[in-house]
Design a protein around this ligand. Structure first.
Ligand SMILES: *[C@@H]1O[C@H](CO)[C@@H](O)[C@H](O)[C@H]1NC(C)=O
Length: 383
């Protein structure tokens, strides 16, 4: 997700950071730089982020043939293994992260090629249009459109429609599971075979779970930046950040209703070391009224009804220890298991949010980038 320029900046701004400890990466300069540029109106924050996450172009790939297409109007890039295949192949729809406001097909070029090569699958990377120019839920709708189109036309690309997997990281994981929740209810198109959720964002009700508390200041995605980005994504006033962080946007009846799914008590003890329950938040009807989207399943897939969860395909969830969103993944895992969905779970001890974005960048890659990538490829190869 965060590549070249970011790596360069990190290199310049930080003390030794190779290895797998994200703490030295936690540098206040970049957000501050963004803020200054933003205030000066030189460049918008999301414009800068788009720029630095574009990445270097990758070289020609002898093993994968690459084409840019449109699926019902949605830009996609398709990666076809050149090696001839006797039978129909597996398909993988890849939905990139970047909070819905940055990131692109190009950002994940190396990731998609690797999946195509190593798992011998036809990969479709979805270039959904970004917020805030294209308002929520354009992003989810375009991911749905592209996936549906691929399921219907799979055979054109030599793909078996019964072997299509959807995979995404961060908010791409949110979109992935929304696609699976929606299409799981449909009987007129082939069923998605499996979903892969790499450190997904899954709920906007509680930002005081143990992982939020523990990793509040960890690199790339702090607790504050999480809410800041959600507000940007939904094109809301960023002054809502503080009350949302405190939980003031959630009325008591909603808290009671969803306690069975979003609750620190559901997090295993090993992940709760040092956790202190926060003081109860004072409800602010004003804040609640401003952000109704936070309670919709397309922003908070953890709130989907049981009937929807029961329709989900086999699932692989990757969580990282140094990630504010770790507990979103853990809570979703529990929900899926309670509703008899098969879950393969990989917890990456040294991983952090955005690890995958460094994959394929040689010495700038992290060991956890490869760990995540290989867990994903191994899971995909099982279908
Ligand atoms: C789904 O999980 C909930 C617990 O979250 C449980 O009460 C319910 O019975 C489950 N439904 C099915 C069909 O497994």
């Amino acid at each position: 997700m965060i590549t070249d320029t970011m790596i360069f900046l990190q290199l310049v701004l930080t003390t030794p950071w190779q290895g797998d400890d994200p703490t030295p990466l936690c540098h206040p300069v970049l957000p501050r730089l963004e803020r200054i540029l933003n205030h000066l109106c030189i460049i918008k924050e999301h414009t800068l982020l788009r720029l630095i996450t574009e990445g270097f172009p990758a070289c020609w790939d002898p093993q994968v043939s690459i084409k840019d297409l449109h699926f019902d109007g949605v830009p996609v890039r398709i990666y076809l293994p050149r090696k001839p295949s006797a039978s129909k192949q597996r398909g993988v729809v890849f939905i990139h992260g970047g909070c819905g406001i940055f990131g692109s097909i190009r950002t994940y070029e190396r990731v998609c090629r690797y999946i195509a090569r190593k798992s011998d699958s036809v990969v479709v990377s979805v270039g959904y249009r970004l917020a805030p120019e294209h308002k929520y839920p354009t992003q989810t709708l375009e991911c749905l459109t592209a996936t549906e189109h691929f399921l219907k036309t799979a055979e054109t690309y030599g793909v078996d429609p019964a072997r299509v997997i959807v995979c995404g990281d961060s908010v791409g994981g949110t979109f992935t599971t929304s696609v699976c929740q929606e299409l799981g209810q449909r009987i007129d198109i082939p069923k998605i075979r499996a979903q892969v959720l790499i450190y997904p964002f899954l709920q906007a009700l509680n930002f005081n779970l143990p992982s939020h508390q523990k990793n509040a200041a960890v690199a790339f995605l702090t607790r504050e930046r999480t809410v800041h980005f959600i507000l940007k994504y939904l094109d809301k006033d960023c002054s809502l950040k503080e009350p949302i962080l405190a939980g003031s946007h959630v009325p008591e009846n909603i808290n009671l209703k969803y306690r069975k799914w979003i609750n620190p008590d559901l997090i295993p003890d090993v992940f709760k070391m040092g956790y202190k329950p926060p003081l109860p938040a004072l409800f602010s009807p004003q804040t609640h009224k401003e952000v109704p989207e936070l309670f919709e399943p397309w922003v908070s897939p953890l709130l989907a009804e049981d009937a929807v969860i029961c329709g989900l395909p086999d699932t692989c969830i990757v969580t990282c220890e140094h990630d504010v969103l770790r507990d979103d993944g853990l809570l979703y895992k529990k929900r899926l298991e309670d509703n008899n969905t098969r879950v393969t779970w990989h917890h990456v001890e040294k991983g952090f949010h955005c690890s995958l974005g460094f994959f394929g960048y040689g010495i700038f890659s992290f060991p956890s980038s490869s760990t995540i990538m290989n867990h994903v490829v191994d899971f995909i190869k099982g279908y």
